[in-house]
Design a protein around this ligand. Structure first.
Ligand SMILES: [Zn+2]
Length: 236
């Protein structure tokens, strides 16, 4: 066989392996509730409630009474690759706070927001049930809870979709209770968690900021990049 034919065959094989996920892969996710098995959490903001508008119209706020959820383990709802694990916004009091996004393939992404700490890194593969962080109320939040959302990515746009069925449940509404069957897998990377805890202390609160990163003024962006440099140094 000519060398170029071998090359062509190899290329086709690699293409099939890479794209096979989309051609032959499962279209449906096997989502499980983002907290450990046998734990029972309630929903304080269900589909279309509260500030959940736009791409977050099907986002869910999971809660435990009082501050019982503070510091609790938050788990990956499905296996995937971490595509974001950091502060959503330079101001810790704005937007999603400390946040993790996981890409599950086929354009499906889950988001976990307002975390206290993060125990995964961008680019890392995670299993369903792996601890990705701890619950808190960082960002635009009034009391500890987990903000959870499922998106379908189309181009650069995130389109909110109903995260169901999840652990067998459908129709996530305010006030109902849900029991998890997501078995906890401990995360070996607890060092990342400590780094993030430090970062939280370093960031001061710039006053008067609203919205997401793209709405920042030139000076705020400058302040943000200076702070990011400090985080990066601390992570070494
Ligand atoms: Zn929320």
């Amino acid at each position: 066989m000519k060398i170029w034919k071998v090359g062509l065959l190899l290329f086709l094989l690699l293409f099939l392996i890479k794209e096979g996920n989309f051609v032959f892969g499962k279209e449906n996710l096997n989502l499980k509730l983002p907290f450990p098995a046998n734990e029972k959490w309630t929903i304080t903001w269900g589909y279309g409630d509260g500030d959940h508008v736009g791409k977050d119209k099907y986002a869910l706020d999971f809660n435990l009474p009082g501050k019982q959820d503070l510091g609790k383990s938050i788990l990956a709802a499905e296996s995937g690759t971490v595509i974001f694990a950091d502060w959503s916004h330079p101001n810790p009091r704005k937007s999603y706070g400390l946040r993790v996004d996981i890409d599950h393939g086929n354009g499906f992404i889950t988001r976990y927001a307002h975390l206290k700490s993060i125990s995964v890194k961008k680019g890392e593969k995670v299993y369903q049930g792996q601890e990705i962080g701890k619950c808190d109320d960082t960002g635009h939040s009034f009391g500890s809870h987990l903000h959870f959302a499922l998106y379908k990515k189309e181009g650069n746009k995130y389109i909110g979709v109903k995260p169901e069925p999840m652990s067998g449940y459908t129709n996530f509404v305010t006030g109902k209770w849900y029991i998890s069957d997501n078995w906890l897998k401990r995360n070996p990377h607890s060092f990342v968690e400590k780094v993030k805890e430090k970062a939280k202390k370093i960031v001061s609160v710039p006053e008067g900021l609203v919205g997401e990163e793209e709405n920042l003024s030139f000076w705020d962006k400058l302040k943000f990049s200076a702070k990011s440099t400090i985080w990066n140094l601390k992570e070494l």
